[in-house]
Design a protein around this ligand. Structure first.
Ligand SMILES: NC(=O)c1ccc[n+]([C@@H]2O[C@H](COP(=O)([O-])OP(=O)(O)OC[C@H]3O[C@@H](n4cnc5c(N)ncnc54)[C@H](O)[C@@H]3O)[C@@H](O)[C@H]2O)c1
Ligand SMILES: [Fe+2]
Length: 437
């Protein structure tokens, strides 16, 4: 059982066999692995990333004035979207600012899968407003726009200058990230995502300077999410956890976060979708998405996100949905390189795997993911705006995506095309089977 580096898949072997020979072979592989990796940056040292402050739990928004007092900003810009203004979620936060006599302005022009154009509009608004801090209210889209404004206001230049890892020099204006979905984890990650207007591809900026001053997760703000949004954003969190757990730069720290997140999503997501007012389920999902965010922010993602970013950029498919659709097939592709890890995923998802071979246990994880996606009614790829005509471009962009770089194995263009095509045709066949009864 070899992994992507041609070495023994340690977890897979230990799952089945702990004999002295195998342990000796693992140790010699391990030495080789260490030698191979000596050229990597930061060998022997891992930097951990997190927001400056975090509040998780009910009524956290009442603490915002306290955190603002610690900043010198006289006026703040609220960045949100029209949907959250309409349903009153943004108003709950601005009411707290009103009560504390904090001066603010509102930019509510964010849309899902925000584009460079929206970022520049928000930046222009911010620059002219005289504000000194940002409060993002929303899911990943408003939070990511606030992070982009923060970086651009401090560093200048164009958004594409920051595509990649740690491209900015200065920390931007402080961001208070009030999260309303569960979710992207954007409130706690060192990442933000913006769609390039020209290429229709999503740029993933990984940047320590974008970490929020305060990450705020209040499950009460998530109660109003409709079932389809709860489902899609919940599987986004699951995808963060699984991809970071099996990626090629995970650590014991991210493993712990990822496994507990997987356990919580498996326990709570169906309930949160069925009954949005189930506060235990909402609270579990709140923790799950936060831990999954921290996990991938400190490890990496993988090919599921690499492809999902293209589906979001090209067709404006909601981010969580794009991940949910791609997750099972990408896991099948990755499985030979991370069977042991997937066996542990199955266990965290509550599957009975004790007496199974690692091969069978790892398959259980993929079955459990498929079952969860079906139970929360994730539609197939063929029911989205996706067109097979674009597959070459999508696959080429997915290969270049920052998220793909940490996938456990390096895919080829043909691999990516095959995964997308299989996902598409599988959906068509399943629909046909349903029609034929
Ligand atoms: N920065 C990161 O680390 C990171 C990680 C993953 C994804 N993302 C990005 O985040 C974006 C997706 O964010 P998202 O999935 O959270 O959704 P979103 O922010 O795009 O919001 C989607 C819709 O849900 C509505 N909504 C949000 N909260 C609601 C609530 N509580 N009740 C009712 N409606 C609500 C919004 O008004 C909007 O119409 C994508 O652009 C994705 O690429 C960023
Ligand atoms: Fe995501």
């Amino acid at each position: 059982m070899k992994n992507a580096n041609g070495l023994i898949d340690i977890e897979a072997v230990l799952w089945e066999d702990k004999s002295d020979d195998i342990v000796a072979q693992i140790l010699s592989d391990f030495e080789r692995f260490e030698t191979e990796n000596r050229t990597m940056e930061n060998i022997g040292m891992v930097e951990l990333y997190q927001p400056r402050h975090t509040l998780i739990g009910r009524d956290g928004i009442t603490m915002i004035p306290h955190f603002l007092q610690r900043l010198s900003a006289k006026k703040v810009l609220v960045i949100t979207d029209k949907g959250l203004v309409k349903i009153g979620t943004a108003g709950k936060v601005t009411a707290v600012l009103d009560d504390a006599n904090i001066e603010y302005m509102i930019f509510d022009g964010v849309e899902p899968n925000p584009t460079t154009k929206i970022v520049y509009q928000a930046l222009d608004f911010y620059t002219k407003s005289g504000c000194g801090a940002l409060i993002a209210i929303g899911g990943g889209s408003p939070i990511d726009v606030a992070k982009a404004v923060s970086i651009l206001s401090a560093n200048g230049g164009r958004i594409e200058d920051y595509n990649g890892v740690n491209k900015s020099k200065k920390h931007g204006a402080p961001v208070i990230a009030v999260n309303t979905t569960a979710g992207t984890g954007s409130e706690c990650t060192r990442a933000y995502v913006v769609t390039d207007e020209d290429t229709k591809s999503k740029m993933l900026m990984v940047d320590t300077n974008c970490l929020a001053h305060l990450a705020l997760d209040d499950p009460m703000l998530m109660v109003g999410m409709p079932p389809s949004l709860t489902a899609a954003t919940g599987i986004d969190a699951l995808t963060h956890a699984i991809e970071s757990y099996i990626c090629n730069i995970h650590t014991p720290y991210t493993d712990a976060l990822a496994l507990e997140s997987i356990r919580l999503v498996s326990k709570a997501l169906r309930r949160a979708v069925r009954d949005g007012s189930d506060m235990d389920a909402r609270t579990d999902m709140c923790w799950a998405e936060y831990m999954a965010g921290l996990s991938f922010s400190n490890a990496g993602l993988g090919l599921v996100h690499g492809i999902a970013h293209q589906l979001g950029g090209f067709y404006n498919i909601p981010h969580g949905l794009a991940n949910a659709i791609m997750l099972p097939r990408v896991l099948e592709y990755n499985r030979p390189y991370c069977m042991g890890r997937l066996a542990s995923v199955a266990q965290a998802m509550g599957e009975k795997v004790d007496n199974l071979s690692v091969d069978a246990a790892s398959k259980k994880a993929i079955e459990a993911v498929r079952k969860l996606c079906a139970d929360v009614k994730i539609p197939p790829l063929c029911e989205t705006k996706f067109s097979m005509d674009d597959i070459d471009t999508l696959a080429a962009h997915a290969l270049q995506d920052t998220a793909t770089q940490t996938n456990i194995v390096r895919p080829t263009l043909e691999d990516v095309k095959t995964i997308i095509a299989k996902t598409y045709y599988e959906g068509i066949i399943m629909k046909q089977v349903k029609v034929n009864g």
